[in-house]
Design a protein around this ligand. Structure first.
Ligand SMILES: [Zn+2]
Length: 356
């Protein structure tokens, strides 16, 4: 009985130390390399976060276009505008409207693969492939995932990939109030900075749901929106609404069109499932045979020293193997110093007790 209780308890402790939540079904075992004491100061992963009072003044609402806050239907998607409606606020989801400030494609001959919604326990396999093949890519991460898998984000950064924010709880941003949009972006930015020490400038709206109201808030917060012009629809794999063969056919067509296409591509994929990562790995050599693989920032003609809000040096390019090592953020360093000092004081106290 005792042995049974011990085993049960050990199992529970092991589960808790894996990720702080029940593991994803079928996920590879993921063991964080570090314990991050700061985790509790962030909102619950994927919950709609509250805005911090000091963030409210970051956006001047008087200049934000007064586009209506879009309404969601019972299935959670946006209500489609009636036929004949005007696209007054340059909405991408319904009208594919882009503004010059949006990055949505690469120059002809170039291709930027992008991966959204991670990091996840499945991401490491994709990172391994990218490392083995010296390919740098762009990842749009979810804040709640970052605080669950900080080691993976740190690895991503250290191995020279580019990181953008993809909100905290993956809402349709045009359905959110100005303050909710600020909270979604700022909490994610803060989580990323906590782990890698820098704040991304690139952001991707979930579902590409952006209009001029969202754009203006994004701009005032110092972000640059990134959409895509090629969708693998890998997110439909989970419901069997697409399959690997269909996606492979699309990718081969994109590669075959390289010489006739007027612009290059930014593709949308996800590193949150085993099937998605498998497809991503199969797609890369096909795309690489037809295009120069690039980072999104390169397609957006951004300088490499300009993809994070803080000044950085030695940032990677898609063809270099430079690995910036930001080290732990200042808060993480503070915690470490605090723990070290505490342990030192405890040791001294023990020695004094022993010798007195
Ligand atoms: Zn997404």
């Amino acid at each position: 009985m005792k042995a049974f209780l011990l085993l049960t308890l050990t199992g529970l402790v092991a589960l808790d130390t894996v990720s702080g939540q029940a593991p994803v079904s079928g996920a590879p075992i993921y063991v964080p390399q570090n314990n991050f004491p700061w985790k509790n100061k962030f909102p619950t992963p994927l919950s709609v976060p509250e805005i911090k009072p000091e963030w409210i003044k970051l956006v001047d609402n008087s200049t934000v276009p007064q586009a209506p806050v879009n309404v969601k239907g019972p299935d959670g998607s946006l209500l489609v505008p009636p036929p004949g409606s005007n696209d007054t606020y340059c909405h991408w989801s319904f009208y594919q409207c882009l503004k010059p400030t949006d990055i949505a494609s690469c120059p002809k001959g170039d291709w930027a693969p992008t991966y959204d919604d991670g990091p996840s326990p499945f991401s490491a396999k994709l990172y391994d492939y990218l490392k083995e093949n010296n390919i740098k890519a762009t990842f749009f991460v979810i804040g709640g995932q970052v605080i669950q898998y900080p080691d993976l984000l740190k690895r991503l950064y250290n191995e020279g990939h580019e990181i953008g924010v993809h909100t905290w709880s993956h809402q349709l941003l045009t359905s959110q109030t100005n303050e909710q949009i600020i909270a979604e972006l700022k909490w994610t930015e803060l989580a990323v900075k906590q782990v890698i020490g820098v704040s991304p400038k690139l952001m991707r709206p979930p579902y590409g749901d952006i209009d001029d109201r969202v754009r203006d808030i994004v701009k005032q917060l110092g972000f640059i929106p990134v959409i895509w012009n090629h969708d693998t629809f890998d997110w439909k794999l989970a419901s069997a609404a697409t399959d690997a063969a269909t996606i492979e056919t699309s990718v081969k067509e994109w590669a075959a069109n390289a010489t006739s296409a007027t612009v290059g591509g930014i593709s949308l994929e996800h590193d949150i499932s085993e099937a998605g990562v498998e497809i991503a790995i199969k797609a890369l050599p096909v795309l690489k045979s037809a295009y120069n693989l690039k980072l999104v920032s390169e397609c957006g003609h951004m300088s490499h020293s300009d993809i994070y809000k803080e000044q950085t040096s030695q940032l990677p390019t898609s063809s270099s193997r430079v690995s910036p090592n930001a080290g732990p953020s200042s808060d993480a360093m503070d915690s470490l110093m605090f723990m070290r000092t505490g342990m030192m004081l405890a040791t001294i106290a023990l020695l004094v007790m022993l010798f007195l």
